[in-house]
Design a protein around this ligand. Structure first.
Ligand code: FES
Length: 105
């Protein structure tokens, strides 16, 4: 299921952007290069910052909170979940958590 359209100019949906985050995209430029978001339309202006900030939408856990948990020794998705709750409900953020662990950012 693709999810709602975020970039209305280039028709890039929510799931496509989340998959890009799971491949390691962390900035708007990364997303532009990987999935062709335009960075100019209303959807890009209103929604990309939040998508690049919140990794786990079930618990509103940020990328920074996950990085902090990793810095304090959470070296598995399970331990990140124990420290932040990220990944412990629907599980749809787990591929992004794995990416943060793998890439170190
Ligand atoms: S989005 Fe992280 S558990 Fe649902």
């Amino acid at each position: 299921m693709p999810g709602p359209i975020i970039c209305t100019t280039n028709t890039v949906d929510y799931s496509t952007i989340r998959q890009s985050l799971a491949r390691g995209s962390r900035t708007k430029e990364d997303l532009k290069n990987d999935v062709n978001v335009c960075l100019e339309c209303e959807g890009c202006h209103e929604k990309l910052d939040r998508m690049l900030t919140i990794v786990c939408t079930c618990f509103n856990v940020t990328f920074d909170q996950v990085r902090e948990a990793i810095a304090k020794g959470a070296d598995t998705e399970y331990k990140i979940g124990q420290a932040t709750n990220a990944g412990t409900d629907c599980g749809r953020c787990r591929s992004i958590l794995a990416s943060i662990l793998e890439k170190g950012h």
